[in-house]
Design a protein around this ligand. Structure first.
Ligand code: BGC
Length: 740
């Protein structure tokens, strides 16, 4: 009887496989029939994600793990790449009874082979189209190499630069962060899942991972639901609205519950309120980590809590693989709960077209002709230029003129791998990365560029100082390249001191002492504190980790082929003691004046200015932009109306350039206290010298809304400040708006 049923079910399955798959197609009947023939073990297998390593193959020491794949006990594999490798592993899955294809997942965070700037750097471009394109190219390359699924975008709002993972996100603001989340999801998923150049995106880490207490990675989070919904969940909601295929939960506990066991996050909000149809993967081992969290007594308990809460796939902890079958057989977990999770995963496998052809992403010819195309490299160079922030430019030191003798000094000058930043895909050979030296040398010519390393990024070895000083003495101008190396930010890279590490500041002092012009390139994956450097340098460029085209992009900016336009998306503190510091804070009942330390029983520190070193939205240009002539369509707004703010921006300097014009509001009085400023719109415009453009911002009710104490999204009548400017601290035009 069973085998007849199996025959009909398989026939049904084959008949109903459509040739072309799009995300909107309905696969529920095929899934029903597949579920009806799966054993419980096979179902649990679909929920099991197995980590392999780059060199896994049937004869490698990991070969044993592959047995599970042949037996249909694995739903997805992570960390292998390449069309031939993924094909080899998929062939094993095709030996299993039901031949359900595997999903191949990988952290394609800011590029696959062509590496783009780290995500925080990209966010400072405020260029949504460019960021979408960067994700698009990453997807095209990775999909050609057999990958179905990227664990990106990371959409965690982060207000604490001690947290190393701040590098992977889009900064501190949820309005901008939501737009960037949308752009990245669209970029990864392209024309839709099922196309051969689309990856499933994964919004992570759900949720509030960026609010870890003390900026210590994996740490606890405790916050009001209002703050959670308004700030931390906003980019996740935007990702859901953009059709993000998957979510990854987070390592932290939130309000006492580990995220992997949070029914509230996964079932109530994500799958309930937001109607999410994809699936949730745990973070690496996070289900098993509920034991040290003190939430689950053992793996069985952890598996039960996670599946009930809506974690569909277990990344790496093996708790589902080992415990879930028993839990169902013992009647502890209803099989319907397992079925629902399997359904969500199968839905994505159908949508990707893997049941039509499990190898459709494993085409070595396509892979070879796709990676590192010249147009991808050109896009990476452009993205990198757009992500470099000009922090200081005394006496128009920059852009440099060619013909001068330049000394490039510092530990990162010739490094290729560091330029890729954290969470770049691992390659044996990074010689295709353009180092800073290489990029600059192409512009200066060999004879005009000297180099000395001076020191390492870490440690206290000063033995290179003399050579650095002697080399610098030979030059007319010094480019000092200092900061973090790529492994200092990213996962588990929280730092209590966010200054320039090692003896690099000492090296810098020696160079400054020569009295020659010094341009500093600041390499970083997080906001750093660098007050002495900023004070003494003639110019500072925050270059972050720019990716494969690092040296070319930096040379473009240094020599003025590109006029820097990036603006910070995180506040840079004056000292680590100011952290967390962010622009959209509440006012308190005793606000401090902006000028100087706190006094007369005011909020703030008695030994420090209240303002940050560099505010959110800050970034200079080689040119100057003037704002004038604000015209308002009305100073009152009634239900259903919109108000327009039109003004002129003029390039009054001598270089063509781009300006990121920002709109902030402040709700003066409300039923819950509101931030002193909230970004509500922005536009990036390009102006030739002397050119003027009219910019118009529109404010509607949505832009004035917030979550009230009952957690309803509302607007309340009253007065609002409308502020237009070049950064959150550089407001050029102001108006008052009354909402009736
Ligand atoms: C990280 C995730 C990542 C996963 C897979 C985890 O340790 O937190 O962001 O996607 O590993 O590599």
């Amino acid at each position: 009887m069973r085998s007849i049923y199996y025959f009909f079910a398989l026939t049904f399955l084959v008949l109903f496989h459509g040739p072309v798959n799009s995300q909107s197609k309905n696969y529920e009947k095929q899934i029903d029939s597949l579920l009806s023939i799966m054993t419980l073990e096979e179902k649990v297998g679909q929920l099991n994600q197995l980590p392999l390593s780059w060199d896994t193959g049937p004869s490698s020491p990991e070969g044993d793990k592959l047995k599970d794949i042949r037996e249909g006990l694995v739903g997805s594999v992570l960390n292998i790449k390449g069309a031939s490798k993924t094909r080899g592993i998929q062939e094993l899955a095709m030996q299993s009874r039901l031949k359900i294809p595997l999903l191949f997942g990988l952290d394609v965070i800011h590029g696959y082979k062509t590496t783009f700037p780290v995500p925080l750097a990209e966010s400072t471009s405020w260029d949504l189209e460019a960021m979408e394109n960067s994700a698009r190219i990453a997807a095209i390359e990775a999909a050609s190499a057999g990958i179905h699924w990227t664990f990106a975008p990371m959409v965690d709002i982060a207000r604490d630069p001690r947290w190393g993972r701040i590098m992977e996100g889009a900064g501190e603001d949820h309005y901008l962060g939501s737009l960037i989340a949308t752009a990245r999801v669209k970029g990864f998923q392209g024309k839709g899942l099922g196309s051969l150049d689309a990856l499933m995106a994964c919004a992570k880490h759900f949720a509030a991972y960026g609010a870890a207490v003390g900026g210590r990675d994996y740490n606890s989070v405790d916050m009001s639901e209002r703050m959670l919904r308004e700030v931390y969940l906003a980019p996740f909601k935007a990702a859901a609205e953009a059709g993000c295929a998957t979510y990854m939960n987070s390592f932290n506990d939130i309000n006492g519950i580990p995220a992997s066991a949070s029914k509230f996050l996964q079932r109530t909000v994500l799958k309930g309120e937001w109607g999410f149809q994809g699936f949730v993967v745990s973070d690496w081992g996070s289900i098993g980590e509920m034991i040290p969290h003190g939430y689950a007594a053992n793996a069985r308990e952890a598996a039960r809590l996670a599946i009930i809460a809506g974690s569909d796939m277990d990344m790496a902890s093996m708790c589902y693989r080992k415990e879930l079958t028993g839990l169902v057989k013992d009647g502890v977990v209803p099989v319907s709960v397992v079925d629902e999770a399997v359904r969500r995963i199968l839905r994505m496998k159908f949508t990707l077209g893997l049941f039509d052809d499990p190898y459709r992403f494993c085409n070595e010819g396509l892979e070879a002709s796709t990676l590192s195309k010249p147009e991808f490299r050109a896009a990476a160079r452009d993205m990198a230029r757009k992500s470099i922030v000009l922090i200081k430019n005394e006496a128009e030191t920059l852009p440099l003129k060619t013909g001068k003798k330049i000394a490039l000094i510092g530990p990162l000058g010739k490094s290729e791998t560091d330029m890729l930043g954290g969470w770049s895909v691992w390659w044996d050979d990074n010689s295709d990365v353009v180092s800073q030296f290489e990029g600059l040398e192409r512009r200066t010519g060999k004879e005009n560029l000297l180099y000395a390393k001076g020191s390492s990024t870490r440690g206290d070895d000063r033995s290179g100082f003399d050579e650095a000083v002697n080399t610098a003495k030979e030059a007319d101008l010094i480019i000092l390249t200092i900061g973090e190396d790529r492994d200092m930010s990213g996962e588990a890279q929280s730092r209590s001191d966010i200054g320039i590490p090692g003896v690099q500041e000492e090296l810098a002092e020696k160079i400054f002492a020569l009295g020659k012009p010094v341009v500093v390139l600041l390499n970083a994956g997080r906001p750093l504190v660098f007050n002495r450097i900023a004070e003494k340098a003639d110019a500072v460029l925050l270059t972050w980790f720019p990716g494969s085209e690092a040296g070319n992009a930096i040379a473009d900016v240094v020599f003025g082929d590109y006029n820097p336009s990036a603006k910070l998306t995180t506040t840079f503190p004056r000292t680590v003691g100011q952290v967390p510091i962010y622009y959209n804070h509440f006012n308190t009942g005793r606000p401090s004046p902006d000028d100087g330390p706190s006094r007369n029983f005011r909020t703030g520190y008695t030994d420090l200015e209240q303002t940050p070193a560099y505010p959110f939205g800050y970034g200079l240009s080689y040119t100057k932009f003037d704002y004038s002539d604000l015209k308002i369509s009305s100073d009152k707004m009634k239900e259903g109306e919109k108000v327009e703010y039109s003004f002129t921006v003029e390039n009054s300097g001598k270089y063509a350039g781009e300006e990121i014009v920002q709109l902030y509001i402040r709700d003066r009085f409300a039923s819950v206290v509101r931030p002193v400023k909230e970004l509500r719109d922005f536009v990036k415009i390009k102006l030739e010298p002397g050119e003027k453009k009219t910019v118009t911002f529109v404010i509607d009710k949505e832009k004035l809304s917030f979550y009230n104490d009952e957690l309803d999204r509302v607007t309340e009548p009253g007065f609002f400040d409308v502020m237009i400017g070049a950064s959150s601290a550089d407001i050029r035009l102001k108006a008052e708006l009354e909402l009736k």
